[in-house]
Structure formats: C-alpha cells, structure tokens
Ligand binder design. Structure first.
Ligand SMILES: Nc1nc2c(ncn2[C@@H]2O[C@H](COP(=O)(O)OP(=O)(O)OP(=O)(O)O)[C@@H](O)[C@H]2O)c(=O)[nH]1
Length: 306
C-alpha cells in the first residue's frame, strides 16, 4: 500500500509463521520458544516499519498493540523485558529519522509516550494478578481440602514430571485400621480432625518425601531411598509413630494404628501399576492382623523389621 514491499514480505512470512503455529495447536501446545520468536518477529516488523516509513505514515502506532501481546504470550517477566526493549528501540529509531514531523510537537511525543506506558502498565497489572490467581488455583486443585496433603491430581503430576526419574523409588500405601469405629464412636467431625492430625504426623515423620491422600483414610507416601532396608525402616518408623501417637481431639485421646503396603517402582511401570502393587501388600498386611508393614517376602510385626 505504501510502496514498502520489503516490509510487506516480512509481514507475509510472519503471517505464515502464525498460521503454522495455529494449525499445529490442536496437536501440540505452543512452546515458549515459538512465542518468543513470534514476539521478536512482530517487534522487528514494527521497528523496521518505523525505520523505513515516514513518521507521518503512522506505522509506529502498531507499537501500542505489542505490550499486551507480550504479556499474553510470554508472561510477566519476558513481557516486561520485551516492552522496555521495544520502547527503547522505537525511541532510537524515531529520534534518528531525518524528518521528524509530526514528532516536532512535544505534546504529541508526550501523548504517545504516556499512552504506551499506560497500556504497558495495564498489561503488567493484569498479567500479575492473573498469574497469582492461576498459581493459587493450581495449588488448591492439587491439595486435599480436608487434610492439606496432596491429592491424586498432585500425585499424578509429581509422579510424571519428577518422581519416576528417581532411582530406588518406593511407595507406601498407609491405611488406617478400623477407622470406621472412630467415626461410629466419636462422630464424623472427630473423624475429620483425626484425619487432619494423621496427615500432619505423616508429613512430619515422612519429611523426606511426598504425602498424598488417595482415599478416605488412605495415604500414599512416595520417596526414593538408598536401599530396600532404608525404605522399610522408614515405613516401620511411620507405622510406629502412628501407634505411639495419642491424638487430642475434643477432649478425647484417640490412639490408632495403620497397615502399610510397600512397593518398589520398576522402570516403565505406571503409577496405577505401582499403586496396585502396594495395594496388594496392604491387603496382606490387613489380612495378617493389621498394624504392620508388608513388602513382598517381608512382614514386620511392630519391631521385626529394624
Ligand atoms: N470422618 C471421616 N471419615 C471418612 C472420610 N472418608 C472416609 N471415611 C470413613 O472411613 C471409614 C473407612 O471404613 P472401612 O473402609 O470399613 O475401613 P476401616 O474401618 O478403616 O477398616 P480397615 O481398613 O479394614 O482396617 C468409613 O467409615 C468412611 O466413612 C472422611 O473424609 N472423614
């Protein structure tokens, strides 16, 4: 339109790049580097346009769109960096132009500068509160609302991104014994408070690993250990800690025990398979009298293990 064909070619290439990303979206989520390339490319087009076109052409106005785009695509930190770099580059390019009209008017320059800063500030504020909100939501979605332990979603997440890479990974499935009797005897509210105390005790005793609530009165503890013996010693420590604890709730002193099934992670095993393996051991521990740790070929009865 303005005899700026080079700029037009860049715009066509940029459009093709955007289309490629758009059509891949269904199968592949956008990668960070793709967003960075997108922002860098459009920034280059805007700065280059401002460089080769006369200011009266108005190409520089496109700069106002970019802070919002940066924050949407790249988040707060990169958004800030890109916005300040664009402002600096645009200023350098425009100041060095041979014909400065219509920038000879101080009023116009100030208006442009403040409009850019306002758009930048709004984008920054919006992105800050959005990312805080999203972090809070993510945390809430991963926590069991009653006990504050991780929930199944958290367990799936940590297992797939972090835990399965570790060597000598063990899962302890901890199921409280005769918990129904506590509910029946003291009421559901007291039962809830007992579960909260149990989760706290597990987090303290199993500080080295992750604690997840995977059922009503069932918890999964996951960590890696140097050896099978070390893993079983910790499982036994957890069992003994529960047995020796008197939980004070509403003037009652409640003592309970747990049965623990232990499973060792095998390479390529899924989390469900690992849970099933631990569940099998847990049922053996329950069958053989409860208040014990069970691992293939090993059953502890309170002190036998360590
Ligand atoms: N208070 C409370 N109770 C729960 C919660 N979730 C599950 N329960 C109770 O946990 C009890 C589980 O009972 P069972 O599955 O029979 O197991 P148990 O009584 O612990 O017996 P064993 O596991 O065989 O030793 C049930 O009474 C459930 O109502 C909860 O969030 N709060």
């Amino acid at each position: 339109m303005n005899n700026l064909s080079v700029l037009g070619y860049f715009e066509v290439v940029f459009s093709l790049y955007c289309f490629c990303i758009y059509f891949r979206l269904g199968k592949h989520p956008v990668q960070v580097w793709q967003s960075v390339v997108m922002c860098a490319f459009i920034s280059f087009i805007v700065v280059f346009g401002a460089y080769i076109a006369a200011p009266s052409n108005g190409v520089f106005v496109w700069a106002f769109v970019l802070p919002t785009l940066y924050y949407l695509l790249l988040g707060k930190n990169y958004g800030f960096i890109f916005s300040i770099v664009l402002l600096s580059l645009q200023s350098i390019v425009l100041i060095n132009k041979s014909s400065l009209a219509p920038f000879t008017s101080l009023n116009l320059c100030l208006n442009i500068l403040f409009a850019y800063i306002v758009i930048w500030a709004i984008s920054h504020t919006f992105e800050s509160s959005r990312s805080q909100f999203s972090k809070r939501l993510k945390k809430l979605a991963m926590l069991d609302p009653l006990t504050g332990a991780g929930n199944r979603l958290a367990m799936n997440h940590y297992f797939s991104v972090e835990l399965r890479e570790r060597a000598q990974l063990y899962l302890f499935l901890v199921d409280l014994d005769y918990f129904k009797q506590i509910n029946d005897k003291y009421g559901h509210d007291v039962g809830d408070k007992v579960l909260i105390e149990v989760a706290t005790l597990l987090k303290v005793t199993f500080a080295k690993g992750y604690v997840f609530r995977v059922g009503g009165e069932e918890f999964a503890l996951i960590s890696s250990f140097n050896s099978e013996h070390a893993a079983l010693a910790v499982a036994e420590k957890v069992r003994a800690a529960l047995e020796n604890k008197y939980i004070n709730v509403d003037n009652y002193k409640i003592n309970l025990t747990a049965s623990i099934g232990v499973a060792n992670y095998k390479p390529q095993q899924s989390l469900n398979e690992l849970l099933k393996a631990a569940d099998k051991q847990l049922y053996k521990a329950k069958d053989l009298g409860r208040n014990s740790v069970y691992y293939p070929a090993v059953k502890s009865d309170k002190t036998a293990l360590i």
